[in-house]
Design a protein around this ligand. Structure first.
Ligand code: SAH
Ligand code: DHB
Ligand code: MG
Length: 221
């Protein structure tokens, strides 16, 4: 689902409110050049993640699903000097593109990119004592969202914000009979989050250059 009006309004928002950003323009170009799918967050959404991280005073951020590192850069820029983003990516090609982008953005030292299926890395992070994270962005394979939420809770503290992307999917998430594994995973995540006494939860629907979708916002009590 796309609308020229949403695209135009998104462009207006970015032009009015976000600073010109040649580095992020280069990062986007590098992602396109490398043939990565155009499924990163939008600039306006990336700035929202950046603002969330600043609001949390985040020093430790976990991202599940790096792609070319576009969202990672918005998050990393919110950190103090000694802060880190740990970002998890299964695809070696995506990770290589992301790594070059982190260097391009001068953020390589603040970003810890782990290349493996997230379900393997998450227990390693727990064992390392890498948490608790202040903000966790879940944005990888949607069928695994219930497992990722479980790990996010284990790697959190009271006050941690868990943000989960793509929880609307143009309304496809309404279909209780869907056989789409992503829809099933997202629906299950709503059930778990809604029943989880440790969370204060909502979801916000979004439209824009990335179509019609939304973010779940899960605050750990
Ligand atoms: N957060 C990025 C977009 C991520 S797209 C941004 O907004 O810029 C989803 C990413 O998750 C893809 O790069 C995909 O390769 C990765 N992914 C898919 N399955 C995964 C898994 N099991 N573990 C880790 N990453 C995975
Ligand atoms: C897809 C994944 C995403 O994380 C996203 O933001 C949009 C689309 C996808 O796999 O189709
Ligand atoms: Mg996403």
């Amino acid at each position: 689902m796309h609308s020229p009006l949403w695209e135009e309004m998104d462009a207006f928002i970015v032009e009015q409110l976000l600073p010109a950003d040649p580095v992020l323009d280069d990062v986007q170009a590098a992602c396109e050049q490398a043939g990565l799918p155009a499924i990163s967050v939008s600039a306006a959404q990336g700035q929202m993640l950046h603002i969330f991280a600043r609001m949390m005073g985040a020093r430790r951020i976990l991202e599940i699903g790096t792609l070319g590192g576009y969202s990672t850069i918005f998050l990393a820029r919110a950190l103090p000097e000694d802060g880190t983003v740990v970002t998890l990516e299964a695809d070696a090609h995506h990770a290589a593109v992301a790594r070059a982008n982190f260097t391009r953005a001068g953020l390589a030292e603040r970003i810890d990119l782990r290349v493996a299926p997230a379900i393997e890395t998450l227990p390693l992070l727990a064992a390392e004592g890498a948490g608790p994270f202040d903000l966790i962005f879940i944005d990888a394979d949607k069928p695994s969202n219930p497992a990722y939420l479980d790990w996010a809770l284990r790697l959190s503290r009271p006050g941690t914000l868990i943000v989960c992307d793509n929880v609307v999917r143009a309304g496809r998430v309404l279909d209780a009979e869907s056989e789409d594994a992503s829809v099933i995973g997202i629906r299950r995540t709503y059930e778990i989050a809604g029943a989880e006494p440790r969370l204060t939860a909502t979801a916000v629907q979004t439209v824009g250059t990335k179509g019609y979708d939304g973010f779940a916002l899960l605050l750990v009590k």
